[in-house]
Design a protein around this ligand. Sequence first.
Ligand code: HPA
Length: 238
Amino acid sequence: MLAVIGGSGWESWSTFQVASEVPLETPYGATSSSIQLGTVNTKPIAFLSRHGAAHSVAPHQINYRANIWALKNVGVNRVLAINAVGGIHAAMGPEALILPDQVIDYTWGREHSFWSDQVMHVDFSNPFDGALRRQLLALSERQRLGLIDFGVYGCTQGPRLESAAEIRRLKRDGCDLVGMTAMPEASLARELSLDYASLCISVNWAAGLSDKAITMDAIFAILNETRPIIQQIIEELP
Ligand code: HPA
């Protein structure tokens, strides 16, 4: 079964028919929201809202372990994560849709492994290299959706946005886009052998790359504008 982890602006969506809800408890604590089980065009989907149903759980407070564990536990084997990001690469300005292929983790203090009583090192050379990402790229090609097929996702701690100097540093490090939620979500999914792909929506130029201030209003306007295309992607994924 496919899971969709909805990010900001994706607390719910209209074409998803909910059949049942799974409660929040896991051995790692509560998930951000209950997992909704249902269908999109008869395709079974498990949906979880990363920031909670009321958009109240900040990136550094999300219980990523509970979320990923709960999805695995309801029978999910692949996860489409929707992430709002800021663009650094010239092609990744507002409204760009990106399937990153790499990640650099700048977060700290987040519970980021399921393995606390054994020494295990999971291979993470290619964080997003599963069948799901290839299916998304094939769909984009067929339907001319224009998904950008590369990008190094720099994951910052938040919840504040970055300073311009921090973005210059991320750029020197090789980051193409910046967000706050792909890590440790992606590596926890890898620890549980889930096929994980991140579909990023650029909602602003990263700090210092435009003379406009970054506002929540502008961010939510872009999330609303890009909603139909993301819904189409979820509907048409094999
Ligand atoms: N930085 C970090 N996270 C974000 C941004 C940003 O500019 N935009 C949306 N999420």
